[in-house]
Ligand binder design. Structure first.
Ligand code: GRF
Length: 208
């Protein structure tokens, strides 16, 4: 079994972070939460980290105006906390090239749609669900994927489908998708820990 030492990147509410912390607390997910990095000092994600006794760190354009220095500070913090898997959970910035290079095939992200559709720049928050409804889809879902230099692009590790129901608004759809996110993320990490998902083999399988 792989000993997962998780470093989270988050920007806002951190409900996905919470679902993973909960799965660790119940023993369902054999992993350790080592660090939560937020680019927003007011983020609820930092409060959730503190409540779980996980170190939190604010790194942003205000703490590090130079993107290269920001990237370096993040890398230093991830190394200092001995992280071996970086988990993006609602992180609104691109992960820097130094961190990506230092964690090859070891940065994962969650996206609230069935990639490769409804992903890419501008596809975040309610925009994703508005686009799904505007396209007249009858089904949407959740994707967990490896992170590379492009938004929402790396190889897919897991997906779950969610129905679009008559009368759905972007908000109702978002809420239904989020419930599935809270199951799929801890479950996918568990499968990585157990070796059921091989990150290196997924990478060799190619991008979305
Ligand atoms: C989720 O919908 C996730 O898929 C997307 O950003 C949202 C984060 O929500 N990447 P939360 O901060 O985990 O509550």
């Amino acid at each position: 079994m792989l000993e997962l030492r998780l470093g989270f990147l988050a920007s806002h509410g951190g409900s996905n972070l919470q679902s993973i912390l909960d799965a660790i607390a119940t023993g369902e997910l054999p992993a350790r939460a080592c660090l939560v990095i937020c680019n927003n000092s007011q983020a609820r994600a930092l409060e959730r980290a503190a409540a779980a006794g996980v170190p939190g760190l604010h790194l942003s354009g205000s703490t590090h105006p130079d993107p290269a220095a920001h990237d370096e500070a993040m890398l230093e913090a991830l190394r200092r906390h001995d992280v071996n898997l970086v988990v993006c959970a609602g992180y609104m910035r691109k992960v820097g090239s130094r961190v990506l290079a230092a964690f090859p095939q070891r940065v994962v992200n969650i996206h609230p749609a069935l990639l490769p559709r409804f992903g890419g720049q501008g596809m975040w928050g309610l925009h994703v669900h508005e686009a799904v409804l505007a396209a007249g889809e009858t089904e949407t879902g959740v994707t967990i994927h490896l992170v590379d230099q492009a938004y929402d692009h790396g190889p897919i590790l897991a997906q779950a489908r969610v129905p679009v129901l008559p009368g759905d608004t972007p908000e109702t759809l978002q809420a239904r998708v989020l419930e599935t996110e809270h199951r799929l993320y801890p479950d996918t990490l568990r499968r990585i820990a157990l070796g059921e998902i091989d990150l290196d083999a997924s990478f060799r399988g190619g991008a979305t």
